[in-house]
Ligand binder design. Structure first.
Ligand code: C2E
Ligand code: MG
Ligand code: MG
Ligand code: MG
Length: 292
């Protein structure tokens, strides 16, 4: 009996760990819908910097969840759960509403800034979404050019013809589209010509070590050359340091989004950051070569 107990110990311990994470999942799934109405979610904005013009005219909106007992919960964790449980449209609609409201209030101070919202696969299959987005923009008197939507290729691929039809409606209305996390999953450069996109975001996996890794540098260069040749804006995601900036510039990327320039910021801090960047942004860049 004593032996049998000892044998059971590791298994019991394992089961406890599993129960805990299962419990956490259930809590998050249960609390998500009401959390949207009770002020636990917020939106942060991360600048996308045009490294050629040395200006910032874009940002990505990212969701944040401060849970009353669990504290900060990463979107990597709860977005996946929301997708699995069919709740992602609640999040997407909430984000679109918040971002459009923010864009409306920025029309005076920052009319040039376009903000990107992430959409999931289920959103792309919702045939009513394009009209809903356009109506919300019109109601808030926000120009369609102020909104970008970010989608991954794998989200498009779940039902490509339907997703592409919906994306085309949005693009024809003037909303910009970005392919997110490019280079991961089943990304294919050739496929880009079939998608109604205007921006390709090269995944952080290829950017984070670009100053040390020649293979990453070559992949980024080839991607930037082809996507740029197709007339698309190429954004490098997740750049953290100055050495990498020279590499992504050399590779032909036009935009950078990463901690090097700024972490995701509250709306107020982003607005301040934009003003600081407009006046003191040069310090981020390599000194200009004197042609004399
Ligand atoms: P994403 O759309 O690829 O967003 C970029 C993520 O990279 C963000 O993480 C951002 O904070 C992070 N990041 C940016 N620059 C750097 C850097 O220099 N270093 C590092 N280490 N990270 C950097 P975050 O906010 O945790 O979001 C993770 C993912 O969750 C997003 O990846 C997106 O797939 C999803 N997500 C976030 N907000 C939303 C949302 O509102 N809706 C949907 N559907 N998904 C969202
Ligand atoms: Mg994104
Ligand atoms: Mg990404
Ligand atoms: Mg991602």
């Amino acid at each position: 009996l004593a032996n049998a107990k000892a044998d059971n110990l590791p298994q019991a311990w394992y089961r406890t760990g599993q129960d805990e994470s299962h419990q956490r999942e259930l809590t998050l799934i249960r609390d998500l819908p009401q959390a949207l109405d009770s002020g636990q979610f917020s939106v942060v904005f991360q600048p996308k910097v045009d490294i050629v013009a040395r200006r910032c005219r874009a940002a990505e909106a990212l969701i944040r969840w401060q849970h009353p007992t669990l504290g900060f919960v990463s979107p990597m964790e709860f977005i996946t759960l929301a997708e699995r449980t069919g709740n992602i449209s609640l999040i997407s609609n909430w984000m679109l509403q918040q971002v459009i409201r923010q864009l409306a209030s920025w029309q005076q101070l920052h009319p040039q800034v376009a903000v990107a919202v992430n959409l999931s696969a289920a959103d792309l299959l919702d045939d009513a979404l394009p009209a809903r987005i356009l109506a919300a923009l019109a109601e808030a008197a926000v120009p369609v050019s102020a909104l970008t939507l970010e989608v991954t290729e794998s989200a498009v691929m779940q039902d490509a013809s339907r997703a592409i039809a919906n994306l085309k409606v949005l693009k024809q209305a003037g909303i910009k589209l970005a392919i997110d996390d490019f280079g991961t999953g089943q990304s294919s450069l050739a496929y880009l010509k079939n998608l109604p996109v205007h921006e390709v975001k090269i995944d952080r996996a290829f950017i984070k070590d670009i100053e040390h890794n020649q293979q990453d540098a070559l992949i980024v260069q080839a991607t930037a050359q082809l996507a740029g040749g197709l007339g698309l804006t190429v954004t490098a995601e997740g750049l953290e340091n100055h050495a990498g900036l020279s590499r992504v510039l050399d590779a032909g990327c036009q935009q950078v989004q990463g901690y090097y320039f700024a972490k995701p910021l509250s709306a107020k801090d982003f607005s301040q950051w934009l003003q600081d960047f407009a006046t003191q942004g040069e310090r981020f860049f390599p000194p200009a070569v004197d042609p004399a």
